[in-house]
Ligand binder design. Structure first.
Ligand code: GDP
Length: 325
């Protein structure tokens, strides 16, 4: 039996060392490893998918790790196996990932049925997202039935995470003043629920006010699904309040979405979108690495920026050079 088959068997049996080894293979930049990684994913595909995939986002300090720890412990008590992954394309720049760091979730890190993996490194969001996505499949094959993908509340990474999960949860704080100023419209549109954290003690009335403002604003948005009105909820991750309500809400969502196959349809769409993204990314790489293209790209680009070559003509020339094989 080949090494890859052995590794796949190890992952299937839930062996942590095999899972870690499989993820390292997926994350490797070595092109020799890429064929093995593909074989491994092919082998394990039928074992993956049986999970609820939850994306969690919010600005640094909102309480993501505290919340994930509280939710994770709640899920473990119910007998689930929980994997926590992260998408943070800036991790290389900052010299290490702040997301998915085990020291941020100390209790969960000690639990046998919790698996925490920091963000893969990579210079592009696409690369980081691909690795996290594939790691998610490996975790599912290893028996983790709840996958949490954490990301920071800035930039495109939220869109990338929303594209790989069933449910996208946005964590917010009740700030003074106009709540909705603090939220980017595009992000509100991808959220399946808004959760206002730190809603305890004297902060509670302010949080309740913020919740109402969010709900009003959410009613004005066109719903992603006719079957789901995006709610705004309160919790206190630190004091473990409202965690079970959040989980019940996610379960309601899953039940509603599964009734009319919307759950599976969304996953199918995500899978084909992912395929096309990978095709396009690879085509771009092939294009940029092409000898004919490389030989003329600087000159053509200079022509465009100087205004001597129309962009459309330049693009056609480059594409013709690419096709000339
Ligand atoms: P992250 O950067 O989004 O992961 O935020 P953390 O989970 O690290 O939390 C940032 C700070 O807020 C920490 O000092 C937490 O203890 C605190 N915090 C998190 N949740 C709550 C909460 O529900 N109530 C209060 N009062 N503090 C919280």
């Amino acid at each position: 039996m080949s090494n890859i088959q052995n590794l796949a068997d190890g992952v299937r049996s839930g062996n942590i060392r095999s899972l870690a080894k499989a993820i390292t293979l997926i994350e490797s930049r070595n092109s020799d490893h890429s064929r093995d990684a593909t074989t491994l994913l092919d082998t394990l595909l039928l074992d993956s998918g049986d999970s609820i995939r939850i994306g969690i986002s919010g600005v640094p300090g909102v309480g993501k790790s505290t919340f994930i720890e509280a939710l994770g412990m709640h899920l473990l008590q119910q007998g689930h196996k929980v994997a926590i992954l992260a998408v943070d394309p800036s991790s290389q720049l900052s010299g290490g990932s702040i997301l998915g760091d085990k020291t941020r979730m100390e209790k969960l890190a000690r639990e046998q049925n919790a698996f925490i993996r920091p963000s893969p490194s990579g210079s592009t969001l696409g690369g980081v997202a691909r690795k996290t996505r594939e790691t998610m499949l490996l975790c599912e094959a290893a028996g983790y039935d709840i996958i949490i993908v954490e990301t920071v509340g800035v930039g495109q990474s939220e869109i990338a995470v929303a594209a790989m999960v069933d449910f996208f949860l946005l964590l917010q704080l009740a700030n003074a003043g106009d709540e909705l100023q603090g939220i980017k419209k595009g992000v509100m549109e991808i959220a399946d629920a808004i959760l206002i954290n730190k809603a305890e003690g004297e902060n509670r009335p302010r949080a309740e006010l913020a919740r109402q403002q969010y709900e009003n604003a959410l009613h004005l948005l066109r719903p992603k699904s006719n079957r789901w009105q995006v709610p705004a909820l309160l919790c206190s991750a630190l004091y473990n309040e409202g965690i079970d309500e959040v989980w019940n809400m996610i379960l309601d969502f899953v039940t509603i979405m599964k009734k009319e196959n919307e759950f599976a349809d969304k996953r199918r769409l995500q899978a084909t979108d992912w395929m096309w993204t990978m095709v396009m990314d690879n085509l771009k790489d092939l294009f940029l690495q092409d000898k004919n293209v490389a030989a003329m790209i600087n000159q053509v680009q200079t022509g465009v920026s100087m205004g001597t070559t129309p962009p459309s003509v330049a693009a056609r020339r480059l594409l013709e050079a690419f096709r000339r094989h």
